[in-house]
Design a protein around this ligand. Sequence first.
Ligand SMILES: Cc1ncc(COP(=O)(O)O)c(C=O)c1O
Length: 427
Amino acid sequence: MKSTEQLAVTKNISGNGNGFDPEVIRRDFPIFKRKINGRRLIYLDSAATTQKPNAVIDVIDRYYKFQNANVHRGLHTLAEEATTAFEATRDKVAKFIGGVKREEIIYTRNATEAINLVAQSWGQANIKKGDRIVITQMEHHANLVPWIVLSRKTGAELVYIPITPDGFLDLKDIGKIISANTKMVALTQMSNVLGTINPVEDIIDLAHKRGAVTLVDGAQSVPHLPIDVRAMDADFLAFSAHKMLGPTGLGFLYGKEEILNNMEPVVFGGEMISEVKFDYADWNALPYKFEAGTPHIAGAIAFGSALDYLNALGMENIRNHEKGLIAYALEKMKELDFIKIYGPLDSERRGGGVSFNDKDIHPHDLATFLDMMGIAVRAGHHCAQPLTRLFGVNATTRASFYIYNTINDIDALITGLKEARRYFKYE
Ligand SMILES: Cc1ncc(COP(=O)(O)O)c(C=O)c1O
């Protein structure tokens, strides 16, 4: 039997639980050998996508060079190897999010597609006029637009949990908002703009008491926090591989088996059927009925290595590392009277990303200036237009951290923010 081990590149992971050292971790990421505008690359855009370690890149390279074959369909050695490795990642994902059944893990292209699958399949079948869908004001468009479309199509009302000025969910009317006619409560566990970590367990508990189904957008939380979806009791969880060291074009939907079993596929074709006649088609068992067509095989196998890498570092250690970084960043930024920070100032209740604005410099100008210094940040509405507007702006600058960021990176950012003021002649 050809095992996954043969596909995975054995790699010494430089960091370890006790001696978490981002400077050492950086050496596993070839991109950090690059200079940007002649400077050390300071990558503060991991909320958009993370960099990839050799352990992941090498698996993709090796797969296409030596193991390329389609999955599930062949009886030859290459096809068997590819299938075994592809399915092994499904097992790793099931374990990573708290030990769920492998049938409950569906490969998608990204978190966006995972949420759309639920809105289109479960939503179209279960939501009707007079029902309520509840989301929050801090959703990424991926967990907002599918529900706008569903409410438009069905006539169901879409109600938002509001947020407080300091960037938390305002839960004082939650008992009324999640009403008896609420059928779906969908919310992010960690805001990609504000960094807020939401009390998803409490909200899910209330939603279940009202008979609603719940979806957690884990695009920002699964890469950064230890996740136990069973303890959380979410009915669905969506996330993307590329925000956690994996390749782009790969994501996951977790769904409770009994709910998935009662859902219809939304994409039809090869792989998702059990039997087809000229006038008949029946669906495959879980999880395959939702996986029509050839998947991102190389990406899936490589993502297994990404999970090995994260597991070796330890998700608790990753969380603690990022908590330290964000606490330091907030402390330093608070000293800058020209910087306004959006979102919670308490590092316990937020993740490792911070949105801010200079009172005079446009975020796009600021991001362009920082790039000249080798510092990659993001500027814009971060795919959460209604949220940024709520704060009275069209755009913010966002710095987001991951395992390879250091205190020095934050010091460089702070220096960059000060120098930008001089460059744009505000000082
Ligand atoms: C909170 C949140 N949800 C969903 C998404 C969508 O992820 P993807 O573009 O990988 O589908 C993102 C991406 O930034 C995000 O931050």
